[in-house]
Structure formats: C-alpha cells, structure tokens
Design a protein around this ligand. Sequence first.
Ligand code: XMP
Length: 510
Amino acid sequence: PVLVVDFGAQYAQLIARRVREAQVYSEVVPHTAAVAEMLEKDPLAIVLSGGPSSVYSEGAPAVDPALFEAGVPVFGICYGFQAMAQALGGTVEHTGAREFGRTDLASDGGVLHTDLPAKHPVWMSHGDSVTAAPPGFAVTASSSGAPVAGFEDTTRRFAGVQYHPEVAHSPHGQEVLRRFLHEVAGIRPQWTIASIVEEQVAKIREQIGDGRAICGLSGGVDSAVAAALVQRAIGDRLTCVFVDHGLLRAGERGQVERDFVSATGVNLVTIDARERFLAALDGVTDPEHKRKIIGREFIRVFEQAERDLKAQGDYRFLVQGTLYPDVVESGGGTGAANIKSHHNVGGLPDDLQFELVEPLRELFKDEVRRVGLELGLPETIVHRQPFPGPGLGIRIIGAVTAERLEILRAADSIAREELTAAGLDRDIWQCPVVLLADVHSVGVQGDFRTYGHPVVLRPVSSEDAMTADWTRLPYDVLERISTRITNEVSEVNRVVLDVTSKPPGTIEWE
Ligand code: XMP
C-alpha cells in the first residue's frame, strides 16, 4: 500500500481517498507508528499529511529521519512538507506571513508542476513557512507567503507541497498527487473496482471455505454491497435476513425483497416483527429509551432467526458492512461524547457466536457504491440516501403508534416523491420528515376548522453526516410538497421547514 501518515488533521482520510482515485491502494497510519512498523507493510510510498502543529511547538510530532533512509518515496503535505524539510536539512521559519484559504501559486517545471498554468489557485493553511529547501531539492512552486511551496528530488523520489492538493479548492491538486505516485514514485495504477471485487471475493472464499454465512440486511448500501460480494463468493451458502420492524418507510420492504433479490438471486428471509416492536415501544416518548428498545428488540429477532437457520445448517459466519472510516476511527480511539446511541441494523452484539466477515473493511463509501454497481446492484440501492436503523420510530416526536406511523409514512412518501421528481435526490444528503405527534395547531380547510399535527421537513446537505447544512430547496418544490401533504394527509394541517445546521442541531430530531 501507500501509507498516509496521519499527523492529526482531518485530511488524512481524504488524502487516502485521493490516492485511491489515482488507482493506488492506500491506508492511513497514525504518526505514532514506528518507522519499522510502517516498513513492515512494504509501502510503495509514504505520504505525510498536514497537521495542526507548528514544527516548533513543544511536542510537535516529528518525522523519524530513518523514514528517509529506507529507499521509499515520500511525499509531504503542509505540516508533513515542513517536517520533511526540517528533517532533511532545509529551513522552516515563523515568517509571520500566514496564508489561509485560496492562494495563488506560481509554479514552474519539475515533474509535479510541469505544464500547469503558471499561476493557479491552491488551498493553503499554514503559519510557518519553508524558507530554504533541503540540499538536493529543486523548488518548483511558490506563493507570496511561502517562498518554497513545492519541492522535489526525483533521484531520491522525495517531493512535497505546502498547499493541500487533496481538497477540491486546489483544482490541480489531484493531478499533482497523481504525478507523484505514478511518475516520481513509479507506482503502477492497479487499484480498480474490478480488482477490488476479484481480491475481496478470493479473500471471502478463503475465510469461509465451504461454510455458511448469514447477513442482516438493512436496506442500506453497505449491508447490501457486503451481502452481494459474499454472495458472489459463496453463492447460496449465504442467507440474508431482513427484519421488518414496522418503522420502515413506504415501499422499503418491497424494495429489498424485489430489487435486491432480483439483482443477486440471494436467499432472503424476511421476518415480520411489526407487532413485537409496536408493543415494546408502547407509550415510550424518550428518544434514548426508544433507541435502546429498538436495538434490543432487533437483536432478539435476529437471534431467533439465527436459531431457526441453525436447524438447517451450520451458519458460523456473520457478514457485516463495516467500512474503512469506521476501522480507522475506532483505531484512533478518542472518547467522543455519546450524543445519540446509534443503532445500526446489523450492529449485533459480540456474544452472538459468529466469526465476522467484513468485506468492506478496506473501502471508502464511494468505492462501496462503485463495487455495488460493478456487482450489478440497481441505482436505487447503490445511491440510496442514509436512513437510520431505528427508522420512523425516531421521527415521531411523542409515542409511536400504528396510526401515527401511517400518517408519517404518507407524508414522507409524498416528500420523497416530489424530491425525486424534481431531480434532487443526488443533491441532498437526506430529507427526514418528522411528525410532531404531540403538537396540535389550528387550521382551516374548506370552511372547517382543523386541529391537526405539523410535519417538519429537514432537508440537509452533508459530506459525511458529521456536520450538515440545511439545503436551500427551491420554493416551488417546497410548495408542491406542502400542498400535497396538507391535501392528501388529513391529519396534517401544517408543513414547516427546519433551517438549522448541524451543529447545533443534529440531522434527526431524536
Ligand atoms: P444525527 O441525527 O446524529 O444523524 O445528526 C447523523 C446520520 O446518522 C443517521 N442516524 C442513524 N443511522 N442508526 C443508523 O444506522 C442510527 O441509530 C442512527 N441515528 C441517526 C442519520 O439519519 C444521519 O444520516
């Protein structure tokens, strides 16, 4: 792999994704990893990421000079660029010329910057600057605040840039990174979707042998793609289990039963647990309490399904759609505050006696989607917007009842229909519709007074759901949704728009 050394900024994963866009497999490692540990992975190159520190500040993560003696190509970015300059005998100074954001780069020649416009914009974020490149390096880029903004030593296969080539605000950044990987480091681009599928299928076959596996489907992209990969590997020795907890949106169960099965021909067991979930949620209004109940009931139903299946054969393996960012983040291990107890359908307890099969552990979300398409899954599954495991249960503010679920399902399906018809599905991250079931307001319809419930539209734009902004939907689309919901869903007499970003709001209301 290419190793991306994480110096603690948020850019390391993004860099890893960009490296893969250049068709080279990459992994993120913490800067605390010893050089020997990194070299054990036989890296084709090492990329030093940006970081929040100044190379001068106390405790600033340094780069072990041994890294540069191993004959491995190295590319430094931002902080990594400065740390590299310092380790190899260049000069880094606190010049007072800080640059943050869009900056003009003047570049000439070299491998990385050749043929690019003589002046082009890049994204900078630095307080210190490299004022002299280390011996042996050619300086090929500069900006007004960074006399040395790019350097390279193609003999030793070292290079670096002060700016952030990985962000979209550096329009030539991907090309610069690609040139480093392919032309300076000499790596052959081989990480393609076809190769990922082939490699994962081989790994799954090796792990499962002639055993059997079970996979909980949520209707979401990750579990669907994981299941499709495993199915490609072991055929009908995979059985998928879909739990209908009654908190699904209109058409969802049918979509899994129809679209997924027709694309894959997989064995699917659907369990109707609607009564059971409703009974368990009876009278419960507290969001965390709802989440815990839904999580617990889900596990019980799944365990029962597992026992039933066991009678037919030995299902020793459990397929999960764990993604690479989850793997990196759980390795990073900072104790984030528990804002909400996420219940991930498929997030089953360890004491279920299974060996885990996680074929997406090395993949980013966009790669997962492409793998899904490669395996013949329909767009409706592959580009599905996120939907929380606890479903509509956490979009009814108040107690969950069958009647309230019907109301919300009707309103939600109108909103989704109109957003799809307006061609907005790929522009928004998701648009929860929330029923304020304990709130009434007065309205008038025809000549009659109504006393109905409001629903909230919560359209959001986001990259990763960690932060989000409310989406500026066109007024005419909002109008159509509002008119249709209030006309067609008799219990709803008001439609309101949530214009809160995250933070301070979360995406879901509960
Ligand atoms: P919040 O509300 O925390 O949501 O801003 C962030 C993203 O996560 C989804 N979400 C969940 N997904 N199980 C899931 O699988 C859950 O319990 C859960 N709760 C929230 C939410 O829809 C949004 O995309």
